[in-house]
Design a protein around this ligand. Structure first.
Ligand code: FE2
Ligand code: FE2
Length: 151
């Protein structure tokens, strides 16, 4: 593990960069749901979500392995519960994305199913963004305390 006796802005900026990248992938995926229903639109949306799935799985694995959350945790034991809570959301978020992919693969080309898929995607995107915001906050808390900004 990296040095734990001082704040490491490199880790923080790496985490934020990955979150920005995920945000961009979400924006790209959202565009695919904008158009009318159809097999091509569905395949393109599924392609975007598949790419997002790959990035997300890698990102979650990195966070769980340490280097991000682990740093905050070690610096500040009272954050352990908050870290545990955000990490526990990973399998749920991946399962939700898998569900979206499965429904896209099975869905018919009707407008109603397509609109529902778009709504499901938006719900997933909101949960993922909330998750990443919570993580940023936990890590930021850790660094603030480490730097003497928190009480
Ligand atoms: Fe995460
Ligand atoms: Fe994250």
């Amino acid at each position: 593990m990296a040095s734990i006796d001082r704040a490491d802005p490199v880790i923080m900026s790496h985490l934020l960069a990955q979150h920005r990248e995920l945000h961009d992938l979400l924006v790209e995926a959202r565009k695919k749901f904008d158009g009318p229903a159809g097999a091509v639109a569905r395949a393109e949306a599924a392609g975007r979500l598949g790419t997002l799935r790959q990035h997300l799985a890698r990102h979650f694995a990195q966070e769980e392995q340490g280097g991000f959350m682990e740093e905050s945790l070690t610096r500040m034991p009272r954050l352990a519960r908050a870290v545990g809570r955000v990490m526990a959301e990973h399998p749920t978020l991946l399962a939700e994305l898998d569900g979206l992919l499965e429904r896209l693969a099975a869905a018919e080309n009707g407008a109603q199913a397509w609109q529902q898929a778009g709504r499901d995607f938006e719900a997933f995107a909101s949960r993922l963004l909330a998750h990443e915001r919570n993580e940023n906050a936990v890590v930021q808390d850790g660094y603030n305390e480490d730097l003497g900004f928190a009480d």
